[in-house]
Design a protein around this ligand. Structure first.
Ligand code: ASP
Length: 604
């Protein structure tokens, strides 16, 4: 624990003015010295007239003892103090009797024998104890967030977040980046999710939008020649309820000129090598790179958790000649048969196998089949469906070892991939194939440029509309858009996407073609993105960047369970701040001023 410069870590009796000491820093070294501690009453016990107060400040807790016979004034002053009152105590640091030493407390060998004391602030009875706060409901804790934040765990998380931010900015500065603030009041340009709108009073009937990301501003800064931009950017997305999502969140937003994918990867790897050690995590110097296609084929996910080292194998070709219906039907319909071998899983009970099938069904598969090997002999779930030779071939291809079981899914490719992706992680974990304490980073790149939106019958940008296609695929942009690879990438840690970005389109005409593919006609494109086309017309350098999710990264660093544990004032899943009760209604006056009228829900 570092001491502040203007606060004494300990003080001498000769000082005329005793300076404040941080409670948690007192040790036997200060025994015999005068000290002053200011903080909150963490615990109180009364023993035969003697008052024991554990006083807590940001550094920790120290026990203060008040003896009414020797210091009646201090006792009278502190007598009313209850849990979470703010007090000041001054006195001598003394060694505790050997039988009173508390080895669980950092300051457990000493206590402060109080000579003078006073109450600095009173507290109502607490809605929950600071220490037992975990037991209070989340709603109560969020309503009294100012009390919840007194918990040591939350204070530690916020401190880690602060260190993370300051250290990151130092790194970017060393790398020649310029920290630039982009506007909060911007123009509405949906990036897939919904904008928060702000009505303009001065421009009647017009609205600003809060940024979903500073994407276009950072690209324009590249046209402006800044070359290296960074910002801890607050972003806003008015999305539907989803557990553990926040309507406002923070990204480290980065853009660089004259770079390719590898330059961005190296920058981020360097950053993580610098900041993850703050949490005792040492990332490797560089991470595996996996194309989207390979990630889906080998791990059934575009953000695989590589702590599980099982891989998916495609066995379609060795089953083409079998007569078993489940395989035949899938293959005839253009689907695949894939499997994942889980060593040790041959002991799975029928109930467990039913659970595996449920996992597969969640992703749209009909169920699971299996091949296992016991006593050296491989067997297949459906007796006599395959010849023993076919079972042998299948077991060999899947690498089924003695005591192992391979789970198989026969389905259209995306379904098989997703089902096996889940099975790989969930079943793999159950059989001990997950290295729980590892930190597995990886890059996934070359995502498809666009994804078909069946509901709306159109193409959506997989990343966002400003992501560059691979130039070698550009000739298929209109004829076979689904096959065009993009220069987008994600950085993944233990199955969590912690950042994503791309090399951008810097050619105005390519940008127009991509927008047209997304169903944005020329006129609308001009209206919404005219300023971008203009900018791209005046010497735009090749550029690319990334946005890293600060909340999620700090959550993983701190080992917290929820984003709410690393955000000082989070909102609930329904986007409400329970402390301030935002959002709220506003005065009729205010609405009139803005030219707005609220219509009753469901009315017109
Ligand atoms: N603007 C993108 C996002 O917020 C990130 C990027 O492409 O840099 O997801």
């Amino acid at each position: 624990m570092t001491g502040d410069r203007d606060e004494g870590r300990h003080t001498d009796r000769t000082d005329t003015h005793v300076k404040r000491t941080q409670a948690g820093t007192l040790t036997t070294e200060q025994v015999g010295r005068q000290t002053k501690v200011q903080g909150w009453v963490h615990r109180r016990r009364d023993h035969g007239g003697v008052i024991f107060l554990d006083v807590r400040d940001r550094s920790g807790v120290v026990q203060a003892v008040v003896h009414p016979e020797t210091t009646p004034d201090a006792a009278a002053a502190l007598q009313p103090a209850r849990l979470e009152w703010v007090v000041e105590v001054e006195g001598e640091v003394v060694r505790r009797d050997p039988d009173k030493v508390n080895p669980k407390m950092a300051t457990g060998e000493i206590e402060v024998r109080v000579e003078t004391g006073r109450v600095l602030g009173r507290s109502e009875p607490m809605p929950f104890g600071v220490e037992g706060a975990q037991d209070a409901s989340e709603e109560t804790r969020l309503k009294y967030r100012f009390l919840d934040l007194r918990r040591a765990g939350l204070q530690r998380n916020l401190r880690m977040r602060s260190d993370f931010t300051i250290e990151s900015l130092a790194y970017f500065r060393e790398q020649g980046f310029v920290n630039i603030e982009t506007p909060m009041l911007t123009r509405s340009t949906p990036e897939g999710a919904r904008d928060y709108l702000v009505p303009s009073r001065l421009n009647h009937g017009s609205f600003y939008a809060l940024p979903q990301s500073p994407q276009l501003f950072k690209q324009i800064l590249m046209v402006s020649g800044l070359e290296r931009y960074v910002q801890f950017a607050r972003c806003f997305r008015d999305e539907d309820l989803r557990a553990d999502r926040q309507p406002e969140f923070t990204q480290i937003d980065v853009e660089m000129s004259f770079v390719d994918e590898e330059d961005v990867f190296a920058l981020v790897e360097g950053l993580f090598s610098r900041v993850f050690p703050l949490a005792g995590i040492e990332p490797p110097v560089s991470y595996p790179r996996l194309s989207y296609d390979d990630a889906m084929r080998r791990y059934g996910s575009d953000r695989p958790d590589l702590r599980v080292d099982l891989e998916i194998t495609d066995v379609t070709d060795c089953l083409r000649d079998t007569e078993f219906r489940a395989f035949q039907a899938a293959i005839a319909a253009g689907g695949v048969v894939r499997g994942v071998h889980v060593p040790g899983a041959s002991s799975s009970s029928r109930r467990q196998v039913d659970e595996y099938a449920d996992i597969a069904r969640r992703h749209g598969a009909a169920g699971v089949l299996w091949v296992k090997r016991e006593n050296g002999v491989p067997s297949f779930l459906v007796k006599s469906a395959l010849s023993q030779g076919q079972v042998e071939t299948l077991a060999d291809r899947l690498g089924v070892e003695e005591g192992g079981m391979a789970l198989l899914v026969a389905a259209p490719e995306p379904t098989a991939a997703a089902a096996l992706g889940s099975l790989r992680e969930e079943v793999g974990r159950r059989f001990g194939h997950m290295r729980e304490n590892a930190h597995e980073f990886l890059w996934v790149h070359d995502f498809p440029l666009v994804t078909w939106n069946g509901d709306e019958g159109r193409w959506n940008a997989t990343h966002h509309p400003f992501t560059s296609p691979h130039m070698s695929d550009l000739d298929r942009l209109e004829s076979d858009p689904g096959s065009v690879r993009s220069r987008a990438y994600d950085v993944v840690l233990n199955g969590n996407e912690i950042g994503g970005g791309s090399i951008r389109i810097h050619d105005r005409d390519v940008q127009k073609r991509v927008l047209a593919l997304l169903g944005i006609d020329a006129e609308e494109a001009e209206r919404r993105f005219g300023f971008l086309f203009e900018a791209l017309s005046y010497g735009a350098p090749p550029h690319g960047g990334i946005a890293l999710g600060v909340d999620r990264i700090v959550m993983l660093m701190a080992g917290a369970d929820s984003l709410r544990d690393v955000i000082a004032f989070p909102k609930t899943a329904s986007a409400v701040c329970l402390m301030t009760e935002a959002p709220s209604t506003v005065d009729q006056e205010q609405l009139l001023d803005l030219g707005l009228r609220i219509r009753p829900q469901g009315g017109r």
